[in-house]
Design a protein around this ligand. Sequence first.
Ligand SMILES: [Zn+2]
Length: 223
Amino acid sequence: MIATIDFIERKFTEFNRIIFNGSLKPLPFRLSNARTFLGQLRYTRKRKLFGGWKYSDFVLVISKRKDLDETLLEDTIIHEMIHYYILSNQLTDSSAHGKIFRGMQQDINTRFGRKIAISHRPAKGELENDTQTRVHYVCVSKFSDGRTGVTTVARTRLFMLWDKIGDFPDVIQSKWYVSADSFFNRFPRSITLKIYRVSESELEPVLAKAKALVRDGNVIRVK
Ligand SMILES: [Zn+2]
């Protein structure tokens, strides 16, 4: 079946009651045409005064691009509800699908006979979930008009694009990083050279945790 807002709302209410003891607050639902994920929990995060993040403004997004098995659609909704439970309770997990996530996922699978996957990667026809932790090779470029752009490249294309990015029109500076931040999951990995504009304020905290890369001849390494 193709996801509808009605369906998501109905399932959210049902699973909230039977799985989460009604503890999840209502949140907006949205449908997406995305090809890159089945489900996604969107949110904003703000740095707390003494470290860590404060999560808010949650939106549960489900892709309507594919005709999916109803059970898979339900499992996708529950998967995002686990993220919502963790982040709305301001819990800090060991990674995007860390110990807390896995504990809840396994518990729900056992108690309710579900088949919620940890990541969305393995199943046929499914693509990666947006909060999954992956390593990204990223080039951050500055344009002559002051704007900033990012390119995430496949490891195998790193050398080739490292050389080419300076040829991009109006690029005045490029820096390379390696990062595991899920911020970069939203950008398709470039095979050809493509730069996606981003806001600097959004990028800054992500880069603060990234490692800069340098190139010495045939070796690209962490600075
Ligand atoms: Zn996930």
